[in-house]
Every structure is written in C-alpha cells, then in structure tokens.
Design a protein around this ligand. Structure first.
Ligand code: UDP
Ligand code: MG
Length: 141
C-alpha cells in the first residue's frame, strides 16, 4: 500500500548541518518528498505535536528541545512508508538502533535523536496535516 509519513529533521539535525545528508538518505531509500519546510516551533506548537506524550517524564525536555531551534518537517510518500521509514531511522535510542540507520549514525542520545517518524498510517495523516495544508501537498504531486 502507498502510505504517507511525516518526518521531522529535529533541531539537533539542523544545528549539526546534517539536513542534506539525512534528506539524501531518505531519497536514496526511495521516498518521494511531497512537501518540506523549515520551521521554528513555539513551545505551544511542539507541545501540541507531542501531546500524546504529555505526562511522560521526558515530555518537558522533549518540548524544550523541539522548540530550541529550527526544524525541517517533511511529508513523505512511498510503498509501505510507515514501516520502511522506521527501519531507515532505527530505534528511538541510538544505542539500540541498528548499524547504518540514521539515528545510529548521527544521534547523540535518546532525546536528541535527529529525526521524527510517524508510527502508523493514521498518525501519519494527522501529523502531515499538522504541518501542511492539502494545497501544499497537492501542488507538489
Ligand atoms: N524521548 C525521550 N526519552 C524517552 C523516550 C522518548 O527523550 O525515554 C523523546 C525522543 O526525542 C523521541 C520522542 O520523545 O524521539 C518521541 O518518543 P517516541 O517513543 O514516540 O519515539 P520515536 O517514535 O520518536 O522513536
Ligand atoms: Mg513516536
């Protein structure tokens, strides 16, 4: 099934000047970029995006981190995009991530882990709509 997923190149990825390298890996893995932008999230926006994690011990530091500098949200499309993108980025904690994955290669720790990826088709739709209007997606088809 052709699926869509939301990637975010997180503020650590931008600060380390790694956006080009990470996008190249995403493209080499066969993902089509439907829409992309650079954005500085407010604490409110970052907190809203990660609302599902509210109450978890890492929530406050996650919101702080995600609003600490610009990030790059990207809407992606591919056959089996949700699972294939999660495979490409690796486990949440780079210590647990497989060799060759984006997090294993570039992430410092479980919090500052370079990239976000949607965890289901349903959440992919919700998360893409969080950052991109339908018109932005359609224009780039
Ligand atoms: N996170 C963290 N500590 C944890 C778990 C998660 O700082 O113990 C952060 C990390 O940046 C992660 C994000 O919260 O990417 C969302 O967590 P989730 O479990 O959804 O991981 P992901 O889907 O990003 O692999
Ligand atoms: Mg997640």
């Amino acid at each position: 099934m052709i699926e869509r997923t939301l990637a975010i190149l997180k503020p650590d990825c931008v600060k380390k000047n790694l956006t080009g390298e990470v996008i190249a890996r995403i493209e080499k893995a066969g993902f089509k970029i439907l829409a992309m932008k650079k954005a500085r999230l407010s604490k409110e926006t970052a907190g809203g995006f990660y609302a599902v994690h509210k109450g978890r011990p890492f929530y406050d530091s996650l919101v702080e981190f995600m609003s600490s500098g610009p990030c790059v949200p990207i809407a992606l499309e591919k056959e089996n995009a949700i699972a294939d993108y999660r495979t490409l980025i690796g486990a949440t904690d780079p210590k647990d991530a497989a060799e060759g994955t984006i997090r294993k290669l570039y992430a410092d720790n479980k919090g500052e882990n370079i990239v976000h990826g949607s965890d289901s088709v349903e959440n992919g739709k919700i998360e893409i709509a969080f950052f991109f209007s339908n018109q932005e997606l359609i224009q780039n088809e």
